[in-house]
Design a protein around this ligand. Structure first.
Ligand SMILES: [Zn+2]
Length: 484
């Protein structure tokens, strides 16, 4: 998509397709006479109320534009960028259904013009996305040029919006990729290619090296697959760094459940079980492109979880790299096993913040639904920062309790230090408590359970079915907020 930025005085009418916005209490938030006149005529005829997500398309025929699209933003006093994102995604859905090649978006003057324009471009990118590389006849969006009319003079908003949205699109692509194409070696190779392009350091450990590091919890999970595991560590270290953040992502490229085999229905989306790992790649790529003054580590263990010959068994005891022993009572609770060793590894880097991202538990989806990620943290400060960044980007985190007593009650093993599954009750909490055992004391740590929002089971505004890219944009914003 090509983007052009114009100030209102530069707009040469008539244009072909023009999109305006209205508030329910300020139907014509534009100053120039020509726009006021065209809009008033439409409003008189169509009874448009400017309500949230309201959309009308009018063939104006002549005047300022041939076709006018009018999107509602609700009350002006309670405007949010998310309301803009949602109505714009409806405009894009409409444009996709037409042969329109160019469109002009006329942004009303708001408090945060730069940010509004940035959100607008970002959501146009996100809403235009489709994963169609395996379609023999891909349905392409016809729109190629978007002109944005706004009083903002800051052209860098275009680049910024493209950096944020391309991170999410990268994650979407990776999550949606068929699992036999995206095996652990390939995911590591993609990380390597991106690292090379962005001039990031990268270390990829093979199974021998993983064994040498004592990561037997991670290795245990990989035994049932004939595809070798990989442990990936990418580093972005700018010259003037203000903080260090470690992201750890779960990278199960396919989760069959192992010997605790999932039924067919529960296995449908299990190519997505590497969404956490994909998120770490998208985030570090964006950090480098934005030249953020924050050191970022993206770390992910990646393997399949399969029930093949040699698979780890119920009753096995695995020794993680910090010496803790784990009795396996459910091979489908494999995410925490691979993350355990990765969290031990990341703790040694002594970051200011350690954040893991994992499609970890079905229990979290039962608790919070498809759109909200569970947030577990030992640090009020870190939790607040993440929730704030999520709000800014329209990605929701809900803080859940790390109730230590549940660990005593559900996670104790008769034969080892702990067991890997605490059963059904509070399943997302006991999973988080398990992870906590592998984080060094004193570190500010947060676990994001994205089992719900990591993969869209239905389209929702600009979030497609399939890989969603959540919560990459929120995490990039979190890093950016650390700079100020
Ligand atoms: Zn599993």
């Amino acid at each position: 998509m090509n983007y052009k930025l114009l100030n209102p005085a530069q707009l040469r009418s008539p244009v072909n397709t023009l999109c305006f916005f209205s508030f329910s209490d300020d139907l014509i938030p534009y100053k120039t006479a020509a726009e006021k006149k065209s809009l008033q005529k439409i409003l008189n005829e169509e009874g448009f109320k400017g309500k949230e997500n309201e959309l009308i398309k009018v063939h104006a025929g002549q005047g300022i534009a041939t076709r006018i699209i009018l999107g509602g933003l609700g009350k002006s006093g309670s405007f949010t960028k998310e309301k803009l994102r949602r109505v714009v995604s409806k405009v894009i859905d409409y444009l996709k259904s037409t042969k329109i090649k160019e469109a002009v978006f006329y942004v009303p003057d708001l408090i945060d013009n730069d940010q509004v324009v940035e959100s607008l471009i970002e959501v146009i990118e996100l809403a235009s996305y489709s994963f169609d590389k395996y379609k023999s006849k891909p349905k392409k969006t016809e729109v190629t040029t978007i002109t944005i009319v706004s009083s903002t003079k800051n052209k860098s908003v275009i680049d910024r919006a493209l950096i944020f949205s391309s991170a999410a699109k990268l994650v979407r692509d990776l999550v949606s990729e068929p699992p036999s194409n995206l095996i652990p070696e390939n995911l590591a190779q993609i990380a390597k290619d991106i690292a090379k392009k962005e001039r990031l350091q990268i270390k990829i450990y093979n199974e021998k090296q993983i064994k040498k590091m004592g990561m037997n919890s991670f290795l245990g999970v990989s035994l049932g697959s004939n595809k070798p595991p990989r442990f990936v560590h990418i580093t972005y270290s700018p010259a003037k760094s203000k903080k260090t953040v470690c992201f750890v992502g779960k990278g199960i490229t396919f989760d069959s459940g192992g010997l605790s085999l999932k039924p067919n229905d529960a296995m449908q989306d299990m190519k997505m079980d590497m969404a956490g790992a994909a998120t770490t790649i998208g985030v570090i790529q964006a950090a480098a492109r934005l030249k953020l003054q924050v050191t970022v580590h993206a770390i992910f263990p990646t393997t399949e979880n399969m029930p093949g010959q040699g698979a780890y068994k119920i009753g096995d005891v695995l020794r993680a790299s910090n010496g803790k022993t784990i009795e396996v009572n459910n091979t489908d609770a494999e995410g925490r096993l691979v993350l355990a060793d990765a969290l031990v590894y990341a703790s040694k880097l002594k970051p200011d913040y350690l954040i893991d991202i994992a499609t970890l538990t079905g229990a979290c989806v039962i608790a919070l639904g498809l759109d909200i990620a569970g947030l577990f943290s030992n640090s009020d400060e870190l939790a607040k920062k993440l929730i704030k960044a999520g709000k800014q980007m329209g990605e929701q985190f809900w803080r859940m309790p790390l109730e230590d007593y549940y660990f005593q009650e559900y996670m104790k093993s008769d034969v080892a230090d702990i067991k890997n599954s605490g059963g059904r009750y509070g399943g997302s909490i006991t999973a988080a408590l398990f992870l906590k055992q592998f984080v060094s004391k004193g570190l500010k740590w947060c676990h994001l359970d994205i089992a719900g929002p990591g993969m869209g089971s239905r389209k929702k505004f600009y979030i497609p079915k399939g890989g969603t890219g959540i919560p990459a944009r929120a995490l990039i914003k979190f890093l950016e907020n650390l700079e100020s």
